[in-house]
Design a protein around this ligand. Sequence first.
Ligand code: F6R
Length: 592
Amino acid sequence: MCGIIGCVQRGGDCWPRVYDGLKRLEYRGYDSVGVAVLDQNAIGIRKKKGGADALADAYLKGGAGIGHTRWATHGAPSDENAHPHAAGKFALVHNGIVENFAALKEELVAAGEVFLSETDSEVIVKLISRAYTGDFLRAVRDGCARLEGSYAIAVLCEDFPDTVVCAKCKSPLVAGTGADGVYVCSDIPALSGVCGSICPASDGELICLVGQRVLFYDFNLNAVDKTFTPSDGGSAVRERGAFTSYMEEEIADIPRALSDTYAALKGMDFTACARKLAAAERIFAVACGTAFHSTLSFRFVAEKCLGVPVICERASEFRYKTRLIQKDDVLVAVSQSGETADTAEAVKRAKAAGAYVVSVTNVRHSTIAALSDTNVPMRANAEIAVAATKSYNCQLMCLFTLAAEACCKKTGVYPSFYYDLPALSFAAREAFSCFPEVDALASRLKEKSAMYFLGRDADFVTAVEGALKVKEIAYVFSEGYPAGELKHGTLALVEKGFPVIAIVTQKSLAKKTENAVAEVIARGGYVALFSPFESVLKESAAQFCCKIPAVREELAGAVSVIPLQYFALRMCQLRGHDPDKPRNLAKSVTVE
Ligand code: F6R
């Protein structure tokens, strides 16, 4: 979704910092970009369709500035729809969705306002401008009071040099202080390395950057005392070095990410959440997209070792089932960003029902982490490519550990797979040796317009995750399917040359998946089989066989997915697309 930044720079030249922030935020949205800077009592604005590079040659003088990278919701990507939007003495950037914008716009047009963009955001700056009687903070509050939906905004006013006023409701906003200035931002990684300390805002709060001070207010404009914490340097945005893309760099980083996550988990106190999980008669697990797939893996492991049902639900659907969750239930919420609006909403609803919430996030000071009773941190470090890779592997590490800790609390002993967790990092590195073969497979399949991924039991999860990666970055229709379901409908699409990718990491299920392989081949399909078992590969009728590292079966998904992540990357690149910025998608989905 959109990224916003605001700053008051010591020394009076904010452009380099705002522009650098936009480059760091670019992965959140990249269809247009804009900056407003206040110099003395005049606001200058530069905005353009395109990524941050579109402003590479621009510059505005002044000490207070706001910036925006856009991911279009209302109105196509264009110079006009790019933020900042201006009205009267004000300029504004916005992340979120104003749900009542049509009614507000109608009212404002009737009052004589002229709109220059199709965005919902422009109504906010008009409302603020109309509410202004000389008190900047009050005008922002009064403008926001008319809004329904979600927003994080940063606003400049020509009457207030060295000041940025911000407000937050349901969209992330964090303030930070650094040696060279004071900042606000939608996303902590954009501030790391810049800010020594940070403080996230809560819903309904306003932030005022004034001179070199950061002041928080509640919606009644009473000052609020907030605690700043040292910023997490570990999440700093990296350079991608010699890698062709961030996605490639992030896949290469999986062994490090797994071993750092394992080390962090070893140092964590699981007592409270393990006790809750061990006592629960059922567990809910919610997330979106790739993170949802990791909840499915959690279900396989947790149901086996805890003996209670784990109900996995897409966070966007969970709200229709909240009547089911009760006081003694535990909700496990998984989110790389910790800011996904649907997942945050599911957490709030579970808390309202009195349930205990355990979250697994990659961003420690995120909204979802703050809402939870216990936060289990991954150590994937900043994930910049839109498609999740290393965060998925780390989510599995966290969720397997969580299940093992709860099992130990319940039974007095750790399940045996617990002792194999440190080996995942080594197995992940070993999986890289499959890449030349996977490369050849991608070259062979690069022109295909559709494919299936098949697996049984836990391998089904790897199949759906592989299919999602191929869909989102290679733009090839792909579907993950339980291998046993093939003949109940899906097989109808298989014809000569139709590609099917099968995964077998459980020997006991190999024969059954091989039946599906044979059914595909009998109809002229092309099957690529991934398995750690020589015998399974040797006996298979599949036309392409790839040996993957052997990992005990409860944990296999954290490694067997790696060749599929790489396959998606290569399919994407061979088809001429940018893996880091797939069309229509954003890294952090902060609107519902
Ligand atoms: C897919 C992908 C998305 C995210 C989903 C949830 O590659 O990245 O499906 O997994 O939007 O995001 P988080 O984990 O930040 O809640």
